[in-house]
Design a protein around this ligand. Sequence first.
Ligand SMILES: [Zn+2]
Length: 272
Amino acid sequence: MTDWNQRQKRKQDVTARAALPNHMYGYCRVIHCGKPARAGTPDGLDERYCRAHADHNQRHGSPLKGSYTAKELNPYRRAALAWIVSHEDSRWVQNAIQRVKGLYQQAGPYVEAFRLRGLPPQQRAKAALARLRKHGIDPRLVLAAWLAVEMLIQDDPQPVQGAEFKRVQAAKVVHRMASGSHRRWVREVLSPVWPGQKQAQVQELHVYPRSRGRVLRHLGESLESAVELLVEHHLSDVQAFKREHDAAAVSGARPYPRAWVSRPRQKDDEKT
Ligand SMILES: [Zn+2]
């Protein structure tokens, strides 16, 4: 009788323990995903999503929505830069430029991409800013990248709201501005053709820092702190400028809208 009771109790314990991870971590928060959430990912704990959605979130700042493409971002970046250049005297433009320069100066020493491995994300975010400084990236390009992301999210019919997606998207653009580290050297190797002979062989190493994970969150947070007052005071002006710019570009490219035809096209027209 005692034996049976003990076995029964042990069985209950095991069942309870097996159920524990689910109670602790639950399921992926993406609707209809249904997979258990992954507690540990290579880049830290993620108790919200399954492996696939956690990975997507690390790369793009959203478990489902992909990153904006260069084609989508470029018109916004061009317009934002043109606005900044023509409003250089503005107090808030000056303020934001100074803040980006401040980030550059506080980023610490330049670290080659070869040596980033193993550094905590916050350090790698600083290293990204130090690379921008080293490569002489104009702070106005950094500001334009952020403003472009702000505007694109507002124009997106299915946007992802919230700070994280915005920070990650802007950080990805800015991260890309400072290239990786490259090394090239010559070493002597044994000739595969002539036994005992040596020949020179060119070795190359190209390392691009990973653009994912918490690095992007930290970098995005820093960028946001530099640009937030400019956004607060002038985002609507930049948006208006872009709309005017778009309208002017369309009317400048052709004298009248595409659907309008002044006279029927003839074959001879194409030859002249
Ligand atoms: Zn999932």
